[in-house]
Design a binder for this molecule. Structure first.
Ligand SMILES: [Fe+2]
Length: 249
């Protein structure tokens, strides 16, 4: 099986379309989304419609924020979430399609376990909200605790920083390992990066291809100027949210 793992789309339609085109070129059989379909970006409805066709999807903290009361977000992110909710309520749109989107978001699971593979948005300990940053590789208590909850492999998103955490307390960024990592006996936590708002200094979309032997990080160029301009045109989306797409930060 060859699976694509995408995450943190954040309503960025241009990025999602570019990634889906790349996925089609890769002989992929299944697409899993690890959450944060919406939030920050200008096309929540279109992105939900595309992700609804994926084979599996997990709830992200921004998806939950749009569904319920946003909690723990900074002012800009919260404004974007309320704007996103308005877009999803979409009184001018097709009521049936609106209901389908809400039902889809409202029934997303917080984690998915398939044999030795665990899929979450944040971490195995707190699937929705915990960040595992590269520097946490040195936080032995945190790593020990989270790894103790992982049978073999855990795939996650949330930080928008792709890479591999090994049980031997290292973090490997994709460009340090030739964008590939061979699966072995060791437990791994893999951050699949972000489709719609990369934050590792590379402004290309990121996703992972997982097969029986290895994981591969793929970077995909898209026209972030189009997305940024849409963000600048909506008063409720901070300009910063457009600027950061250009910088990959
Ligand atoms: Fe996110």
């Amino acid at each position: 099986m060859r699976r694509a793992l995408i995450s943190d789309i954040h309503s960025n339609l241009e990025a999602l379309e570019a990634v889906l085109a790349d996925i089609r070129s890769q002989g992929i059989t299944e697409i899993y989304c690890l959450g944060d379909i919406v939030g920050y970006g200008p096309n929540p409805r279109e992105c939900v419609d595309l992700v609804m066709k994926c084979d599996a999807c997990i709830l992200g903290n921004h998806d939950q924020g749009a569904l319920f009361d946003p909690d723990g977000f900074n002012a800009g992110a919260e404004r974007a979430i309320f704007w996103t909710r308005d877009q999803l309520e979409n009184p001018q749109g097709d009521p049936e399609q609106n209901a389908l989107r809400w039902d889809f978001l409202g029934t997303l699971p917080r984690c998915l376990r398939e044999g030795e593979f665990l899929f979450v948005h944040g971490s195995a300990r707190n699937p929705l909200n915990e960040y595992v940053f590269p520097e946490d590789a040195y936080n032995q208590r945190k790593m020990d605790k989270i790894f103790s909850l992982i049978e073999h492999y855990c795939f996650q998103g949330h930080t928008h920083v792709p890479g591999v955490f090994t049980e031997s307390r290292t973090f490997l960024a994709p460009d340090e390992i030739g964008y590939q990592f061979k699966l072995n006996e060791e437990k791994l936590m893999v951050n699949v990066g972000s489709v719609g708002q990369p934050r590792d200094g590379d402004n290309r979309s990121c996703y992972v291809v997982l097969d029986d032997e290895k994981i591969e990080f793929r970077r995909v160029e898209y026209d972030f100027n189009i997305t940024a301009q849409k963000i600048y045109d909506f008063a409720n989306l901070d300009n910063f949210l457009g600027d950061r797409l250009r910088d990959g930060r």
